[in-house]
Design a protein around this ligand. Structure first.
Ligand code: 2E6
Ligand code: F3S
Length: 336
């Protein structure tokens, strides 16, 4: 007699929308792909184009070579294109590439470039600049590197905001990293505003639309589920923030995983509902892989919970624009 088939426990998966790729990530990956198509292999990329191993490995397989610094590019390949990652670079990097006569394409997200421009404007207007962000993150290194060393003061925490002492009597201004926690940043900004009521704020929030929308979606779902999974890389700031947002919204089991193979099943034994989202650099195929892994163990029903619509798209660099059809609705950084 055959064994009775084990009945799988029921699991409702609430799928956050929006999730996954943002317009800046889409554009950055497209820049590498189109550069490979136009210029052949290898194409060099400075730093992970976006913080996702799956994306990086896929591009490596197509002929992209990833380096952390330009001097890792062999001298006999100095004529190959080099692409700067979506996170942005200090001014010294294009200057260095220029002095070596390298051809570069800049995949910096236009919304990061917008923050770079704000920094320059504040500097030109003789303001003392504070950058709210995480030390060591490439975006923070890139933004601080738009101005001479020592010009920008990094504020990471509320304690930093309380301890900050202006270096001068000049007007203060703050800018931020694009992928911060909305709530943490609001706390820091409140302290700065309380201490320095005249501090100049960004015209439009520096935390980008994708960060905002993904955090809002997690906030809506996290209180309703037994556990939350964020698909994303450990070095992805926006993905890490999503995991924290879920935890703070009351979800005790809130886990960041790169892909299905990383799931620690002991943490999901007794759940009947699961929230699922993906950071802005995580491909949808990895979300599908996670759902399939749960479907092997549970009788899964998936409900998408949409909290915002996203239609934004960015123009490609001029050198690559002729390679695709017209990009309806695409815009440059200035338009955002
Ligand atoms: C560039 C700027 C912001 O770590 P972080 O979240 O910044 O980066 P990724 O690559 O995970 O996400 C996309 C991105 C690129 N976000
Ligand atoms: Fe840009 Fe925001 Fe994505 S800054 S790369 S749109 S997460």
């Amino acid at each position: 007699m055959s064994e009775p088939t084990a009945v799988k426990p029921e699991l409702t998966v609430l799928l956050c929308a929006p999730r996954g790729f943002c317009a800046g990530v889409d554009r950055a990956i497209q820049i590498v792909e189109l550069a490979l198509e136009k210029y052949g292999r290898p194409v060099y990329v400075r730093h992970e184009i976006v913080h996702n191993k799956f994306v990086v490995d896929g591009l490596k397989a197509k002929g992209a070579v990833f380096v952390e610094e330009l001097d890792e590019i062999p001298a006999d390949h100095a004529d190959r294109p080099v692409i700067f990652s979506a996170h942005g670079v200090p001014k010294s990097v294009p200057a260095d590439a220029g002095s070596r006569n390298m051809f570069y394409l800049d995949a910096t997200c236009p919304l990061v470039s917008k923050v770079h421009k704000e920094a320059e404007i504040h500097h030109r207007r003789d303001r003392e600049i504070l950058l709210i962000g995480h030390a060591g993150h490439p975006e923070v290194i890139g933004t601080m590197g738009q101005l001479p060393s020592g010009t920008v003061t990094l504020i990471e925490t509320e304690a930093d905001a309380k301890a900050f002492q202006p270096k001068s009597g000049r007007q203060l201004a703050y800018i931020t990293q694009t992928t911060l926690s909305l709530d943490d940043t609001a706390g820091i900004v409140d302290i700065l505003r309380e201490r320095f009521p005249d501090i100049v704020a960004p015209h439009k929030e520096d935390i980008c639309y994708a960060t905002t929308n993904r955090q809002e979606a997690v906030k809506a779902i996290a209180p309703k589920v037994d556990a939350m999974i964020v698909v994303g890389a450990p070095n992805s700031s926006n993905s890490q923030r999503l995991r924290e947002v879920a935890e703070r919204a009351g979800c005790k089991t809130s886990v960041l995983i790169q892909r299905a193979a990383d799931i620690d099943w002991s943490r999901f034994e007794d759940i009947s509902s699961l929230g699922l989202t993906a950071g802005a650099s995580a491909p949808e195929t990895l979300v599908e892989e996670v759902i399939a892994a749960f479907a092997d163990r549970f009788s899964v029903s998936v409900d998408t919970v949409r909290t915002a619509e996203e239609t934004i798209a960015f123009n490609l660099p001029r050198e690559l624009r002729d390679m695709t059809g017209a990009q309806g609705g695409a815009q440059d950084a200035a338009a955002e």
